[in-house]
Design a protein around this ligand. Sequence first.
Ligand code: UTP
Length: 225
Amino acid sequence: MKIVVAIGGSILLKEYDCKKFQEYSEILKSLASENEIFVVVGGGKPAREYIGVVRELGAGEAQCDDIGIEVTRINAKLLLSALGDAAYQKVPHNFQEALEYSATGKIIVMGGTEPAHSTDAVSAILAEYIHADKLINLTSVDGMYDKDPNKYEDAKLIKEITASEMIEFISGKDTKAGTYEFFDMTAIQMIKRSSLETVIANGYDSENLIKAINGEEVGTKVISK
Ligand code: UTP
């Protein structure tokens, strides 16, 4: 299978150490023996901090996004260090490059591409571009809830949702640099238009990646209607 795995920066850099990079590099290497693997890495806290500084300097939103993109690419480089020879040691800056580099048969790791979306969108566009069989989005929550789980104790995890329902749900949420909410709109629209099999799951437990790939029940499954 061709699989795109998006890993939030908040997962990889929660503790600012190498553990999650190592953990994921082992899993990705083993998956790569039977699958074609593309990884998109997010910016996490360092991206938000850098964006905060440049915003204070008076930068506009697109310029803030650019800083965020640079940080995602640094995070991608860290994962490349962990993967070593199993990965192509250059971070693609766009989808064409990702496709070109994948001809090496190695794992491809990229960060952001251009302003005005998050790496969720990058992973969904990439999945469409390379005709991926699956998109697995590993984030810092268990999946999508019917209401904010931080505010409501009775919030319930949604096990399955259509892309159209998700679009409705997310409309009106914030889209400023560094604050793309739970899942960005461009990503869902891509999932919808390319009928992409997608799972959103908690990335703190790296086993969830294997479960999602094996089709076991985990997180939120997005149906592309
Ligand atoms: P992320 O995708 O990491 O955003 O990109 P995030 O929502 O903060 O996600 P987590 O915390 O990693 O899960 C960081 C920032 O970089 C810019 C955006 O400003 C985004 O908020 N960015 C990233 C872009 O403008 N374009 C891209 O293609 C990627």
